[in-house]
Design a protein. Structure first.
Length: 231
């Protein structure tokens, strides 16, 4: 698949030589091959056009196809406010605004990603409905922090939805292999402590954070949506 090959060649290849160093320090040591940033997201707008194209094509390839199905699940209870944690470039937030005329979206992500999200939302005319909050994640400890913080602001009617490509939920071994390899990208280039998780890990984190799983939905070829409520 060209998307995977281009991403590996243009974004990841040189950084992989720093894998051992990244594992030891817990920092994205391979990022120095692109520039002197703390995380790759800080430098997205500064990447060369070729590298930027490879990054965004890979980033969007696996998520865009499930947006329509995901929107039906998200809006089945007609929410008025949605917190989009890991909003990336704002594609899902913008899709939500196009899907529903009344919803407001609060996007939570790293500063570089958040700036791009807000700029894209403004270009679509949704600057009054899409706002943001900066955060850095995603080690297990940080996931627990996000979930427990969310629980504190939830009531009995609030739903927390997690959409992920879990390695242990893949139909095909090749898909599982690609996801596990993508974890190396998070180690060497993103922030040194993120990865693609197994569903069984997330289920434990959900329980630990004070949530209960109400629905476990397979969506598209690769994704799972976990629907949770406060215990």
């Amino acid at each position: 698949m060209n998307v995977n090959i281009n991403f590996t060649n243009d974004v990841c290849y040189k950084g992989l030589f720093h894998l051992n160093e990244s594992i030891k320090t817990g920092k994205p040591e391979g990022l120095k091959e692109l520039d002197n940033w703390d995380t790759v997201y800080e430098g997205l707008s500064q990447l060369t056009p070729e590298i930027q194209k490879s990054w965004f094509e890979f980033d969007h390839h696996y998520s865009d196809a499930v947006f329509n199905d995901a929107l039906k699940i998200v809006f089945r209870s007609n929410p008025k406010t949605i917190f989009d944690i890991g909003g990336n470039t704002g594609k899902f937030a913008i899709s939500c605004c196009n899907y529903n005329d009344d919803v407001s979206i609060k996007v939570v992500d790293l500063p570089g990603q958040l700036n791009k999200t807000l700029a894209n939302a403004k270009n679509e005319g949704f600057e009054k409905r899409v706002s943001g909050h900066e955060i850095d994640c995603f080690s297990e400890e940080e996931i627990i922090k996000i979930l427990t913080t969310s629980v504190k602001s939830m009531d009995d009617t609030t739903e927390l939805l997690i959409m992920e490509m879990f390695t242990d939920r893949q139909k095909f071994d090749n898909a599982k292999f690609v996801l596990e390899a993508t974890s190396l990208y998070f180690t060497i280039l993103v922030n040194g402590n993120s990865k693609i998780y197994q569903a069984e890990v997330f289920l434990k984190l959900i329980d630990k954070a004070g949530l209960v799983l109400t629905k476990d939905i397979t969506i598209g070829e690769y994704h799972t949506i976990l629907v949770c409520k406060k215990k």
